[in-house]
Design a protein around this ligand. Structure first.
Ligand SMILES: CC(C)(COP(=O)(O)OP(=O)(O)OC[C@H]1O[C@@H](n2cnc3c(N)ncnc32)[C@H](O)[C@@H]1OP(=O)(O)O)[C@@H](O)C(=O)NCCC(=O)NCCS
Length: 254
């Protein structure tokens, strides 16, 4: 409830600022050391939101998992001939999906914290990498990072996009994405690429809005930091969507 009020406040604030003086008060700037805890918290929150997304929304994108669960239910019913198996087993399978999705996200978080997100200053304050924060009224409300690929002609990878729940649908994600595209144009990278396992329409629409095109996907993607085992194969299957934006073409068009 409190969050809903906060979100409405943030949207009202944005609209009022635009209407009154046309000034955009949202500031997108490079990461500074004192932002570290807020940045890590935003990254953590965005990631943990994906647990339910992966466990439940993801299910309709994976008919092979649905088929496997149906076969397991039928088999258990045939073996036990108990009617309650038909109710109990699907509920247990859904719980299993939630449990394993959460476990995978925590492992991925641990992996990221022992790499770039634990040492943001060491990783992103380099010439080929950046992390930007969106700041509103002194508070960090969004983050995005860029990693320039080393090989000549390499692309920039967009990662770690996350916006605080109360400040969504206010243009923060768009402002962060545009900052990253500007970076790619300035540094003469040919394209920006990204991969996402998100099934929410918010992330996909944002990337399309920024001009990205879906160029493919990998089913059964192995999330970084995750050790593979057969049970996880039953409960955790994700699709990695690959997006690309040719920035030099875009900058010529405008
Ligand atoms: C995805 C995310 C970054 C979007 O941030 P945001 O600040 O709310 O996005 P914006 O307000 O800039 O929206 C830009 C456009 O994206 C689309 N969009 C954003 N949120 C949407 C939603 N919930 N439903 C439908 N479209 C949405 C719209 O086209 C929107 O433009 P419009 O408002 O003019 O229609 C945010 O929802 C988030 O942090 N999610 C959790 C973490 C995550 O999934 N990160 C991406 C991992 S790859």
């Amino acid at each position: 409830m409190e969050e809903k009020i906060q979100r409405k406040d943030a949207q009202k604030y944005f609209r009022a600022q635009k209407a009154e003086n046309g000034l955009e008060t949202l500031v997108v700037r490079e990461f500074e050391l004192e932002d570290k805890l807020e940045v890590q918290q935003l990254f953590h929150d965005g990631l943990m939101e994906m647990v339910a997304d992966t466990a439940f929304r993801g299910l309709r994108h994976h008919p092979e998992s649905l088929l496997l669960y149906a076969a397991m239910t039928v088999l258990c019913y045939v073996i036990t001939t108990c009617w309650w198996v038909i109710l109990l087993l699907p509920a247990s399978l859904l719980y299993g999906r939630y449990f394993y999705s959460r476990r995978m996200m925590l492992r991925f978080l641990e992996h990221a914290m022992s790499n770039d997100m634990g040492d943001i200053e060491g990783f992103y304050m380099k010439s080929s990498s950046r992390l930007w924060v969106a700041v509103l009224r002194g508070k960090v409300v969004g983050i995005v990072a860029a990693v320039g690929q080393q090989q000549s002609g390499g692309a920039v990878e967009l990662r770690r996009m996350s916006v605080a729940r109360s400040y969504r649908r206010c243009g923060v994600g768009l402002a962060l994405g545009q900052k990253l595209v500007e970076f790619a144009v300035t540094h003469k990278y040919p394209s920006v690429v990204l991969g996402t396992t998100s099934y929410t329409s918010a992330a996909h629409r944002l990337y399309r809005r920024l001009g990205f095109h879906l160029v493919g996907f990998t089913d059964g993607y192995v999330t970084p930091g995750v050790r593979w085992c057969s049970l996880e194969g039953v409960f955790y299957r994700v699709r990695h969507h690959h997006y690309k934006l040719d920035v030099q073409e875009e900058s010529l068009d405008h």
